[in-house]
Write a protein that binds this ligand. Structure first.
Ligand code: 13P
Ligand code: SF4
Length: 401
């Protein structure tokens, strides 16, 4: 038997995740030149864009966008900074944005203000006629980087050898590469987002057998618990150890095999922060994203996708108090849009998702200028065979919910 061992490597984006963290509340965009100083990797762009002040960028983006009219749709994830999201034609969580992407029939171009896996998904769902652009190619996702396609394929082979064909249904969270979505499509699996993870678990469990959940162990565990699966029936697959660190007997006993991945933004939230919020505001409602650790989700009053969090607060009566466990750009925006409620982030350190934050308005202007000059900058395209299988898993997701 060949024993494969890979040195543990920390994804660069994970190392850089705290680059923009700060203790004062100010998260206003500065020129790209000034923002370069935090030392994360940025995509190079023509130097003329680097010194443009944010107000000037806003004015020029508006003009460049207007010139493209209906040839273009801009999609924006809720974690985008204010200076970018205000130009989005549609805003949403990953699920809602993938539905928008699948429905775009008129627009020639989609600019995706979000991260790489989202643009890749939009490209797969939009089909070959839609040209999808990610303004900054360095906008990845540290969680998605924790599942390399080779490691996932090794894991799949090991599971198949140990348990037999058809014993396991793979479910991948949207936050994964097209290769991994394709692996799920090829092997009877499905994609999920934070808004439909339980429905996909039900779908997989109805087929009988076990689940391999990729790449976020926390969303996978929190969903398993909601479905009544015990902690003792869930094991974590460590890609750096042979057989994920397990024996065949462990695999046979498990109901759910969780990939060892996490989100470094959401794992910052703690039970102590929730206790502190409850001490300060006894009537506080604590709402968190299900990428948080199990103990935090258990202590919170509710949990759900970014769209769920936004809607829960919008629909709540005036005067209510909300402590939120998700990315700060969204929390600040919800607070500003709901002045009749008290809304604050559980974590007092202001820590945006460093990969979402890489979509600076200068990049948006650069790709818009390109389109107006007939040049498609930063197009995201997926190999047709991979796209075909990934689409199978995505279509299953869209039909399950
Ligand atoms: P949503 O699908 O809830 O928007 O989450 C996406 C994400 O990346 C959360 O970290
Ligand atoms: Fe990825 Fe976490 Fe950022 Fe979401 S918040 S895009 S999971 S790093």
């Amino acid at each position: 038997m060949v024993v494969r061992l890979r040195e543990p490597t920390i994804p660069i984006t994970e190392v850089e995740q705290s680059a923009f963290c700060q203790t004062d509340e100010e998260l206003k965009s500065r020129t790209l030149l000034e923002e370069f100083e935090v030392g994360v990797r940025w995509q190079k762009l023509p130097t003329g864009y680097m010194r443009i002040e944010p107000e000037e960028l806003g004015r020029r983006i508006q003009e460049a966008r207007a010139a493209l009219d209906r040839r273009l749709v801009i999609l924006g994830h809720h974690y985008q900074r204010d200076e970018v999201i205000r130009f989005a034609d549609f805003r949403g969580d990953s699920f809602k944005l993938s539905q928008f992407a699948a429905r775009q029939e008129d627009a020639e171009y989609v600019i995706f203000c979000g991260v790489h896996f989202m643009a890749e998904t939009a490209s797969i769902l939009g089909g070959p006629e839609r040209r999808v652009i990610l303004p900054n190619l360095m906008a990845g996702c540290s969680m998605a980087d924790m599942a390399h396609a080779d490691d996932v394929l090794d894991c799949w082979d090991d599971l198949t050898d140990a348990l037999g064909e058809g014993a396991v249904t793979p479910i991948t969270y949207m936050n994964s590469t097209a290769d991994i979505k394709a692996m799920c499509g090829r092997n009877g699996g499905i994609v999920c987002t934070s808004s439909n993870a339980s429905a996909t678990y039900r779908w997989a469990l109805d087929k009988g057998g076990k689940i391999l959940f990729l790449p976020d162990q926390h969303l996978g565990r929190n969903t398993g618990l909601k479905m009544g699966i015990g902690l003792d029936e869930m094991i974590v697959w460590n890609p750096f150890k042979p057989m994920g660190g397990h024996t065949e007997e462990d695999l046979r006993r498990a109901k759910v095999i969780l990939w060892q991945g996490h989100c470094s933004v959401h794992t910052r939230f703690t039970v102590a922060q929730i206790e502190e919020a409850r001490r300060r505001y006894p009537d506080v409602h604590v709402v968190v994203h299900p990428e948080c650790v199990m103990e935090v989700v258990r202590e919170a009053d509710s949990d759900g996708s970014t769209e769920f969090i936004k809607k829960s607060i919008e629909d709540a009566p005036a005067g209510t108090v909300w402590a939120v466990g998700t990315e700060i750009s969204l929390v600040n925006r919800i607070a500003a849009e709901n002045p009749d409620k008290t809304v604050f982030c559980l974590d007092s350190v202001v820590c945006p998702c460093a990969t979402m934050y890489r979509i600076h308005p200068a990049y948006l202007l650069w790709v818009l200028d390109g389109l107006n000059e007939g040049v498609v900058v930063n197009e995201i395209s997926v190999d047709p065979e991979i796209a075909g299988y990934a689409r199978v898993a995505l279509d299953r997701m869209l039909s399950v919910v």
